[in-house]
Design a protein around this ligand. Structure first.
Ligand code: 3HC
Length: 285
């Protein structure tokens, strides 16, 4: 029952990273994107990330070629039909995810196939209900950059079967060699429940003019030993993603600290999304 054929829906920052991790672990990977341009961009992201690993002496050219051969990027959702596991990593919008879970639930042929979401905050139980296979749906949440971060959160919903959870635990720890932790189906799970209010607090601090972006970030890097400061990390994750997660968490708990500050809203409206758009709190020429 080990997983050998995986599908990844969405080839953005997280989706392309998840595809790379799986291809490097020897799985056959189908990545589905919405447009040809997005598919080409996803393929390019995976290719340059693999090349970076080769350049750093972490991956042989032969293994890079094998990983690229294992990945098929397409715009056809039906290409997921023979997959044993599909990880949905589309944008963090409930309507988009519900629609995908309904459609993919009908496309999957293998009765044991598992449909997972990389969502950070949308209720897994709703995705399960939309899929028509609620016992084989759960959250499998990777961290950015997926090829580097060792953690994966496992989030069964009220309707996920023990068998599904066991299979995903084995897949994450044995097939991918990552560390799973178990979380409950509550917006934010473990990591984002702690991380997002911290990032939003840093944005509020910057918005209020307490300090410069550089000094806020240096404070946490040099004073607390974090690998990067909260504003640089927000740029890495994507400001639209942080806003969407904050909104879902606020919707669920009505905790003001989860509510995105106006500056974050305005930056997202302006298309200043962080590293992926070339400008966030910092420029990315
Ligand atoms: N893809 C693949 N590999 C990458 C990478 C990427 N995008 N970015 C960095 N790496 C690799 C490098 O190749 C290098 O590998 P090596 O040590 O084997 O040679 C290693 O990571 C370190 O990279 P660098 O030397 O270039 O840079 P840094 O030392 O500054 O590390 C970082 C970069 C790994 C991003 C580090 O700054 C870091 O850990 N930052 C925090 C990231 C974090 O907190 N992520 C969680 C975000 S929350 C989330 O994802 C949840 C979601 O729901 C919002």
């Amino acid at each position: 029952m080990s997983i050998e054929r995986i599908g990844v829906v969405g080839g953005g920052l997280m989706g392309s990273g998840i595809a790379e991790v799986n291809a490097r672990a020897g799985l056959s990977v189908v990545v589905v994107e919405v447009t040809e341009d997005a598919a080409t961009a996803a393929h390019g992201r995976i290719e340059s990330s693999l090349q970076r690993a080769v350049d750093r002496g972490k991956l042989s050219e032969t293994d890079r070629d094998a990983a690229l051969d294992a990945i098929n990027v397409t715009t056809d959702l039906n290409a997921l039909a023979d997959r044993q596991l599909v990880v949905e990593a589309a944008s963090e919008k409930e309507s988009v995810k519900l629609d995908l879970f309904t459609r993919i639930g009908q496309i999957l042929q293998d009765p044991d196939a598992i449909l997972a979401s990389n969502t950070s905050s949308i209720p897994i139980v709703k995705l399960g209900a939309a899929s028509g296979r609620a016992d084989r749906v759960m959250g499998v949440h990777f961290f950015n950059p997926a090829p580097v971060m060792k953690l994966v959160e496992l989030i069964p919903s009220l309707t996920t079967s023990d068998k599904t959870l066991d299979r995903m635990r084995g897949y994450v720890s044995e097939t991918l060699g990552k560390q799973p932790i178990d979380a409950t189906d509550r917006a934010g799970f473990i990591v984002n429940s702690l991380l997002v209010p911290y990032l939003l607090s840093a944005i509020r601090m910057y918005e209020a003019g307490y300090a410069s972006a550089k000094d806020i970030d240096n404070g946490m890097v040099l004073g607390c030993g974090h690998p990067m400061g909260p504003l640089a990390l927000s740029d890495l994750i994507g400001l639209d993603t942080i806003k969407a997660i904050g909104e879902s968490m606020y919707e669920e708990f009505k905790e003001p600290l989860y509510s995105p500050p106006p500056l974050l809203d305005r930056m997202v409206d302006a298309g200043l999304l962080g590293k992926k758009s070339g400008q966030g709190f910092y420029p990315y020429p």
